[in-house]
Design a protein around this ligand. Structure first.
Ligand code: FEO
Ligand code: CA
Ligand code: CA
Length: 633
């Protein structure tokens, strides 16, 4: 047990504390020994401050941990549901009728399980901040909460009829909605010309090194360059030229059927294809049956680029960014104008990646950036014990990425990115979720949600806990502040869990009984550089819902997490994003009612409508400060 959960944030400087620097060089325990323990650590401590937020710059009265059917926010803030599953998106969308839902209706309505949210100003480049195209991912479906008669639990999801599968295929993917603010309140603009639904049926292009490769060809697409749809769109990101990146995460569970004759069994195993089937799609749609269309899963696990300003443009799967279970894909601009894209592969013991474009982006000619994502270098991270991070290039012909090892072309590297990264000895992480760059300090925050399976002999400096149930957050400083660099340094920002109870939990020493968190997933930064962390997997047995926690990243309040919002039971919180003025904080409340025993007929919550017969509805929520002003100010 690490008794020292209080050494983060005790230095008023924004630079790493002496304790942190020594820890980076020597490792934490050696540092403790070297500093002769308690007395030396105490020398770095700050006196506790008395104001409401303690040393934090966040002044709201902290919310108490809760777990019930409704959502809760700190006193002094308002919540408004912006849009719910089934609400109209496209012109002519029928009214939501959950008892008689159809695929045709769903293709025009807001989809299920909203995850990533992005804001694109309208018109493009506008700085007034009152009108946006909001893009939303629809990650997955909870069949048993969407339809009557399926019963409870995961097995219920396999019992769907053909008509229900049609609804599900229309309910995933994403949406573009136009939103406007009047008198401080946001509404969806009806029948916007930009409105769009993306689903598992939307025709899209495949570009980059894997386009046209034999492994990408199917009976419906013998050229390997066109695919229908995108699935399990978890988090995402944007580009400097204003497009939306939506990321395909756990695509494998949408496939089923006999997997015994799949080609490249080593690759299939590494991607989990054929391991477990989550849905009934393969029973009704041949391309999801592995025995009928063995290459179809190779066409998922990509980053998809969509132009929200051009509803007629086909989405494009950008294969240069590699195939894995992408959580998100967020950018930072290198000093020479090239663009770096950070992406986590969210599975236990998987990796952190960075793609850097070959060419700089062109701020003066949007069209010139159209295919920038097709040419560049994908890297994977190795977190060294001495506090350095190295970004290792995944380039065919370099190092072990040879024909003899199964990498005859860059297409092989892209399609089998996980296997290529294995050969480069990347660092296996505790489920990399969101990766975001702090706009104020330029550091990159890597959110590691948990990894209960890490054994004591698998612990390393960047993943320092065995049986990591609560996750942690790393902070990377790129060398010379340059996101194009292939080196940097890293340290730990916080380690989740309850201080004093969960081994190794580390926050600011003033973190309260309500301020600790578990299973960090997505993050956002406000314009002051403060981090807002949303969770997926809160310890419900302890009566705690998933929620939102804010903290300073510098100064006296560094890593002093404070509870701001608690979700309805069964829900995780996703998609955190601030308007540029910090006055609205949007969150995506995903899978409300996803609890053991919960069904369409008897859900654990009917949030947000609380009407008989109406199931729980994943929804986007706008949080504002009563009377206006910046969130958290
Ligand atoms: Fe879909 Fe990694 O959460
Ligand atoms: Ca996630
Ligand atoms: Ca998650």
């Amino acid at each position: 047990m690490d008794p020292s959960g209080d050494d983060i944030g005790t230095n008023p400087s924004t630079e790493p504390s002496m304790a942190e620097l020594i820890e980076r060089r020597l490792g934490r325990r050696a540092a403790m020994r070297g500093l002769a323990g308690v007395g030396a650590v105490a020398a770095f401590s700050q006196p506790a401050l008395a104001q409401a937020g303690g040393p934090s710059t966040l002044t709201f009265k902290e919310l108490a941990h809760t777990l019930d059917a409704d959502q809760h926010v700190a006193d002094g803030y308002d919540m408004k549901v912006l849009i719910r599953w089934g609400d109209p998106v496209m012109p002519g969308a029928p009214a939501f009728d959950p008892a008689n839902q159809t695929g045709t209706a769903q293709e025009k309505q807001f989809g299920y399980n909203n995850d990533y949210l992005g804001l694109h100003p309208l018109p493009a480049g506008d700085r007034s901040g009152d009108r946006f195209l909001m893009v939303a991912n629809h990650e997955y479906i909870n069949s048993n909460l969407m339809f009557a008669g399926l019963g409870a639990g995961r097995d219920a999801n396999l019992k769907t009829s053909k008509a229900q599968v049609e609804v599900e295929m229309a309910a995933v993917g994403g949406a573009v909605i136009e939103i406007a603010r009047e008198n401080g309140s946001w509404t969806v603009v009806p029948s916007s010309k930009y409105a769009r639904r993306i689903s598992a049926n939307t025709p899209m292009d495949i570009s980059g090194p894997a386009a046209g490769h034999d492994l990408m060809k199917t009976s419906a697409d013998p050229a390997g360059r066109k695919v229908l749809g995108t699935i399990n769109n978890c988090a995402g990101g944007g580009t400097p030229w204003g497009t939306w990146l939506t990321c395909e995460e756990n695509f494998d569970v949408y496939f089923g059927g006999d997997s015994s004759k799949l080609p490249l069994p080593e690759m299939q195993k590494r991607y989990g294809v054929g391991r477990a089937t989550g849905y009934g799609w393969f029973r009704h749609v041949d391309r999801f049956d592995l025995s009928k269309e063995p290459n179809e899963p190779n066409r998922f696990g990509w980053v998809v680029e969509i132009d929200p300003y051009d509803p007629g443009a086909a989405p494009v799967k950008r294969t240069a960014l590699g195939r894995f279970k992408h959580e998100g894909c967020t950018y930072a601009i290198a000093k020479d104008g090239r663009v770096a894209f950070y992406s986590g592969d969210d599975e236990r013991f998987d990796y952190v990646y960075k793609f850097v474009t070959a060419n700089p982006w062109n701020p003066n000619d949007r069209a010139a950036n159209k295919n920038l994502l097709d040419d560049g270098t994908l890297h994977v991270a190795r977190f060294e014990a001495d506090g350095r991070v190295q970004w290792l290039p995944l380039v065919q012909g370099q190092g072990p990425l040879t024909s003899e090892n199964g990498f005859a072309s860059q297409a092989d590297v892209a399609i089998k990115a996980r296997l290529a990264a294995d050969l480069l000895k990347a660092t296996p992480m505790d489920r990399p979720e969101d990766i975001e760059t702090n706009p104020v300090n330029g550091r990159v925050y890597v959110v590691l949600t948990n990894n209960s399976q890490r054994k004591p002999d698998q612990v390393d400096k960047a993943n320092p806990r065995a049986g990591n149930d609560h996750g942690h957050i790393l902070e990377i400083t790129p060398k010379d502040g340059d996101h194009g660099a292939t080196e940097g340094t890293w340290s730990i920002f916080l380690l989740g869990g309850k201080p004093g109870q969960d081994a190794g939990a580390r926050y600011h020493r003033a973190t309260s009984d309500n301020g600790w968190l578990s299973c960090p997933d997505n993050i956002a930064f406000d314009s002051k550089g403060r981090i807002w962390i949303v969770t997926d997997g809160a310890p419900t047995a302890a009566g705690i819902a998933d929620g939102v926690y804010g903290a300073d990243t510098a100064g006296f309040g560094r890593a002093l997490t404070r509870c701001f919002y608690q979700a309805p039971t069964g829900a995780e919180v996703c998609g955190p994003i601030f308007t540029p003025d910090d006055n609205t904080f949007f969150i995506a409340v995903q899978h409300p009612g996803e609890d053991a025993g919960s069904t369409f007929e008897k859900p654990s919550t009917r949030w947000p409508d609380f009407k008989d017969g109406m199931p729980p509805r994943p929804s986007i929520v706008a949080i504002t400060k009563k009377g206006g002003g910046a969130i958290g100010s």
